[in-house]
Design a protein around this ligand. Structure first.
Ligand code: UDP
Ligand code: MG
Length: 312
C-alpha cells in the first residue's frame, strides 16, 4: 500500500519544515504496511518555498514536487497533485498543519477496514476566526445546499484520503473552474466524516481575505447551481403581475377621477427599480457566460515550471 500526500503550498517557507516533521512522525506509525510519497505542489510562491522543497527532496527520497510557472490557485494545485500522485490512496493536506496529519491513521482504517471509498474531515467549530466570516460561511453553506443538488457539508475541509476509484472519478471532471468541495460531493461514493476541532496555522498567514472568500463562494454557486438563472425568470413574472395590477388601477382611477399629471415621482421610482432588476439579471447571466467562456477556451488548469517526477 502506498499513500500519496498532496500538499498545495503558496508562500509556506516557514511552515514546511514543521509539516515534514509531523508527516515523518505519522508515517512511522503506519510504517510497515504503508509506504509514503509526499507530493508538494508549489503554487508559484514568491518566497523561498521552492528552495525549502529542494532541501526536503534532497534529504528524503519520498519527497516529490511540482512547481507551477505562476500562482494558479489551490484548486489547480489539488488537481495537479491528484493527477501526478502514484499512490493507491491519495490524501490532500494543507501545508500549515491546520489539517492535522495525526488523523491519517484513522482515515486509513476507515478505507482499509470499514470499506469506505474516502475519509473526509470537517471542523466542528470555527475557533480563531473572525465572527463575520463564520456568519457568512454558515449562510453560504445553507444557501448552497438549498439551491444545488450536490451535497456540500458545512465546515468540510479539503483534507481527505481517497482510494484510486475516487481519485480517478475526480480526474474525469476536467473542468477549468474547479470547486473541490462540490466536486467531492458530486462524484458520490461512500465517505466517512471525521470531525475535529479547529487548529490555528503553525506559521505564516492565511491567503484568504474576506473578499477572496466571497468571490470563491460566488464561483461555487455558479459552478454547482443554475438557480440564480431561474431567478431572472421569477423576477420577470412578478414584475409582469405587478404591472398588470398597476394598469388596471390606473385605468380605473382615470375613469373615476380623471387626474392625468400626478404620479411622475412614483413613475421615476418604478423606472429606477426596473432598471436595477434588469441589470441584476444581466449580471447573473454574465457570470454564467463568463464561466462558460473560460471553460470553452479549454486552457490547461496549470503549467508546470519544474518537477522531480519522471515522465511515465
Ligand atoms: N494555497 C495555494 N495556493 C493559493 C492559496 C493557498 O496552494 O493560491 C495553499 C496554502 O499554501 C495552504 C492551503 O492552500 O497549504 C490553504 O491555504 P490557507 O491556509 O491560506 O487557507 P485557510 O486555511 O486559511 O482556509
Ligand atoms: Mg490554513
Amino acid at each position: 500500500m502506498k499513500i500519496s500526500i498532496v500538499v498545495p503550498c503558496y508562500n509556506e517557507e516557514v511552515a514546511l519544515v514543521f509539516f515534514q516533521k509531523e508527516i515523518d512522525r505519522v508515517s512511522q506509525e503506519l510504517m510497515p504496511d504503508v509506504t509514503f510519497e509526499i507530493l508538494y505542489i508549489d503554487d508559484g510562491s514568491k518566497d523561498n518555498t521552492l528552495q525549502e522543497i529542494h532541501h526536503l527532496a534532497e534529504q528524503d527520497k519520498r519527497v516529490k514536487y511540482i512547481s507551477f510557472s505562476r500562482n494558479f490557485g489551490k484548486e489547480a494545485a489539488i488537481y495537479a497533485g491528484l493527477k501526478n500522485a502514484s499512490g493507491d490512496l491519495v490524501a490532500i493536506m494543507d501545508a500549515d498543519l491546520q489539517d492535522p496529519p495525526a488523523l491519517l491513521p484513522e482515515m486509513y482504517h476507515a478505507i482499509m477496514e470499514e470499506g469506505y471509498d474516502s475519509a473526509a474531515t470537517r471542523r466542528v467549530d470555527r475557533k480563531g476566526e473572525p465572527p463575520v466570516r463564520s456568519f457568512f460561511a454558515r449562510k453560504f453553506y445553507k444557501l448552497m445546499n438549498n439551491i444545488s443538488n450536490t451535497d456540500i457539508v458545512d465546515g468540510a475541509r479539503d483534507y481527505r484520503l481517497m482510494n484510486r476509484k475516487f481519485v480517478n472519478a475526480l480526474l474525469e471532471l476536467g473542468e477549468y473552474n474547479r470547486f473541490s468541495k462540490g466536486l467531492f460531493g458530486w462524484v458520490g461514493f461512500k465517505t466517512k466524516w471525521i470531525e475535529f476541532e479547529n487548529v490555528e496555522r503553525v506559521a505564516g498567514e492565511t491567503k484568504w481575505s474576506f473578499w477572496k472568500l466571497f468571490r470563491y463562494s460566488i464561483e461555487g454557486i455558479v459552478a454547482f447551481s443554475t438557480a440564480p438563472l431561474a431567478l431572472a425568470a421569477v423576477l420577470g413574472v412578478i414584475m409582469c403581475i405587478l404591472g398588470a395590477i398597476a394598469i388596471v388601477f390606473i385605468v380605473v382611477r382615470q375613469l373615476a377621477f380623471g387626474n392625468a399629471v400626478a404620479g411622475w415621482a412614483s413613475l421615476a421610482c418604478i423606472i429606477l427599480f426596473l432598471g436595477g432588476v434588469q441589470l441584476l439579471c444581466l449580471g447573473i447571466l454574465g457570470s454564467y457566460m463568463s464561466k462558460t467562456y473560460l471553460e470553452v477556451k479549454n486552457r490547461p488548469i496549470y503549467i508546470c515550471g519544474e518537477t522531480n517526477i519522471e515522465k511515465k
